[in-house]
Design a protein around this ligand. Structure first.
Ligand code: GLP
Length: 267
């Protein structure tokens, strides 16, 4: 796990967008795992901008979203499928048939979750998984207490997560109680993970994830097992970490060849 601390949200988003752009340039049929939430919005905007400038071609990529609310169909404005269309898919040349979001209206949850796992497998696995993090250390909708070997499944949301997401629904009462989500182990099987976070309010979760014990009470801490994960955060989200200077010096002193090899610098 490498921690990259940059001054602002803008710098973080720029670096992550560059990584994605370089990945797609190198492997046009990349399989990419996508999150929702406020965190990735600037990345999506930057990728849309690059597309408009003819610097990136999304035609052959395949995407898998992390999660979806149970009970919300693709046409519901609050579904994550609608969110993805609105902030990203509708603005690029992605083949919508190559985008995958769990079906919140399924009548057979177990089958839907199994099929999702199979689709990821048949696509060749996820090349790059983009992630945000909840205040309590959840990734996707793997709430605290989630098995670190969990697969795609139904999950009940905590009141805190429903509260945090109620801004999209108008009131807490309208936030669904259950979701379908990729499991922690499903996420850990991605070849590369990039987790982003901004702001002081994420600093506790970041410190627990990076420097705390691996524990289901902070599902994101399972990323410590992953051999190719980068935590890319702003100064405020890094404010409760104890080894800030070390993390900064590692990134600042990286040779150019390594930045290129890791896809953070164009060739
Ligand atoms: C939700 C999503 C997560 C996301 C988290 C943080 O719970 N299921 O994938 O990382 O919210 O959201 P935000 O980026 O808005 O802080």
């Amino acid at each position: 796990m490498e921690v990259i601390i940059l001054p602002t949200e803008h710098d973080v988003s720029e670096l992550v967008a560059t990584r994605l752009q370089n990945l797609i340039a190198k492997k046009p049929d990349s399989v990419i795992g996508l999150p929702t939430g406020a965190t990735p919005l600037q990345v999506y905007k930057k990728l849309i901008q690059s597309f408009k400038e003819n610097k990136i071609d999304f035609q052959k990529i395949t995407t898998f979203n992390l999660d979806e609310y149970l009970g919300l169909g693709p046409k519901d404005p609050n579904s994550y499928f609608s969110f993805m269309k609105e902030v990203f898919f509708d603005h690029i040349n992605i083949n919508i048939h190559n985008t995958h979001v769990l079906d919140g209206l399924t009548v057979d949850v177990a089958k839907e979750c199994d099929q999702y796992e199979n689709s990821i497998h048949h696509a060749g696995g996820i090349d790059l998984q983009l992630l945000g993090i909840g205040h309590d250390g959840h990734i996707a909708f793997n709430e605290p207490g989630s098995a670190l070997r969990s697969r795609t499944r139904i999950k009940a949301l905590t009141k805190e997560t429903r509260q945090a997401n109620s801004k999209y629904f108008g009131s807490l009462d309208h936030v669904p109680t259950h979701v379908l989500t990729m499991g922690v182990e499903t996420i850990l099987e991605a070849k590369e993970c990039l987790l982003m976070a901004f702001g002081e309010h994420k600093s506790r979760a970041i410190a627990k994830m990076v420097e705390g014990a691996i524990s289901s009470s902070c599902p994101a801490s399972a990323l410590q097992f992953h051999p190719n994960t980068k935590i890319i955060i702003d100064e405020q989200a890094a404010s409760k970490l104890s080894r800030v200077n070390y993390y900064k010096s590692v990134f600042e002193n990286k040779p150019e060849w390594q930045l290129k090899a890791e896809g953070f610098l164009s060739n």
